[in-house]
Design a protein around this ligand. Sequence first.
Ligand code: FAD
Length: 549
Amino acid sequence: MLRLNDLKLPLDHEEAALRKSILARLGIEDADLHSVAIFKRSYDARKKGDIQLIYQLDIAVSEACEATLLARFAGKSFLGPSPNTEYTLLAQAQSNFPAADQQRPLVIGFGPCGILAALVLAQMGLKPIVLERGQDVRQRTKDTWGLWREGKLNTESNVQYGEGGAGTFSDGKLWSQVKDRRFLGRKVMTEFVKAGAPEEILMVSKPHIGTFKLVKMVENIRAEITRLGGEIRFDTKVETIHREATSDDQGQITGLTLSSGEHLPSSHVVLAIGHSARDTFEMLLDQGVYIEPKPFSIGFRIEHPQSVIDAARFGEQAGHPILGSADYKLVHHCKNGRSVYSFCMCPGGTVVAATSEEGRVVTNGMSQYSRNERNANSAIVVGIEPEKDYPEHILAGIDLQRSLETLAYQLGGENYNAPAQLVGDYLRNTPSSELASVTPSYKPGVSLGDLSKALPDFANEAIREAIPAFDKQIKGFAMNDAILTGIETRTSSPICIKRGKDYQSLNTRGLYPAGEGAGYAGGILSAGIDGIKIAEAVAIDLLKLDIAI
Ligand code: FAD
């Protein structure tokens, strides 16, 4: 099998044109080409009048033809042998696992990282026990709607906590920029498809699933983990980790205490707690686990009519079914030394209330698979750093997040409404008192006013410079009626729980910090990939395998 990269065809090409184009590119006869499968399809919309589809293809030709083509195009990046993207499990435990001298591994958190870690551990026969503070996804959906519809927050079952993790009520974007030489992302996607995700996610370059499909998928993966001998406990918060001092100055994890008071012994614990479990971060620091502060970003959500973004990106092709609703990715380096960028862009979606703590307001974005809501939204955020912006102590980033989220709650009217302002008013530094053509989607509601009060001066200065600069790339981005809603503070974890080459905490053996909360992922796919790596690292240590990963 050969992989043919970078084959470009016009957006509306006929089906037969693909085959013809392969034959022309490779200089082979029709009879030589036995089969064609699309591995990935993306598009290049830089020229709006001439949008191109870009294919990565797997093609089968005869053995002799394959050898000739490889020799003819040796050293050319557009042709080579198709890589093997199948995932192979590293090990298989004995059916009597755990033996007398073994303990079942524990996984804290059932977000994408914990889900993939638990699934791969279960597939290797290691019967993990998953501990998730939030509720199963059905109950969690009801609890989350409680905040969105009635302004009632459940601090243990919400957008951040519960089965599926932080990305469950999301756009379900499934791409990442992490290096992935072992095609672990393909393993994540393949498991998602087995669990009910649309098959096209394996083929399109920027796949997304949308909230409703994610909910069903997560339930199916849970059923598979259970079928393989794993166990998942909801409404079960890990209150304490037990860490014993060892003679070489390293600690060793020995078990956990749960919110029920139960003590669970284990020498292997995956810590996949996401970026919002602030109480658990505090507990880990108190227990002596090595933690460093790390940069994150703060800012607002911006909402435009999706039609404005589609027209700016696709021109006359706006609305084309292959292109779908347009997205964007923007960066601006400001005069004051800060960088502003767009983050978690949700085409045709809604802005959601994403707090997990009382008396605080946090925004984020989600959409359905169809992406057909009226507005496009994304976070517009400013990068901040521990040394410059929160140098006081290791968890000072959390203090900063909390103070900004509290301020947003107060500006919103102390009822979980979010403070909001029209983009035109924000740029002119005038408080807003009336909505215009764009209706904000945030529920339970917004309170118009002066949103600049929600952020430090340097951040407002940077965002006020960036929005007009973004308008040069996306016409209409700085439109008067677009809406800013505050506040975005949970863009990534404010800490890194450092681990070594063996994936174990730098000072606590048997503790495997993983996923977004530990600073090793940023998004659903990268968190899933990290979960697989962690499951492999646990298996190597637990089964005493002589394998390097
Ligand atoms: P999480 O998903 O945060 O999961 C951590 C889990 O640990 C939680 O369920 C939590 O309840 C549990 N937990 C925490 N502490 C404890 C404890 N002490 N005991 C037991 N359980 C505990 N990313 C994308 O790639 N695409 C998107 O479209 C996208 N949209 C998003 C939309 C929203 C609204 C949000 C909030 C996030 C979105 N993200 C998106 C980000 C993505 O969800 C995260 O990057 C990803 O979920 C991180 O995975 P994780 O498993 O590391 O952590």
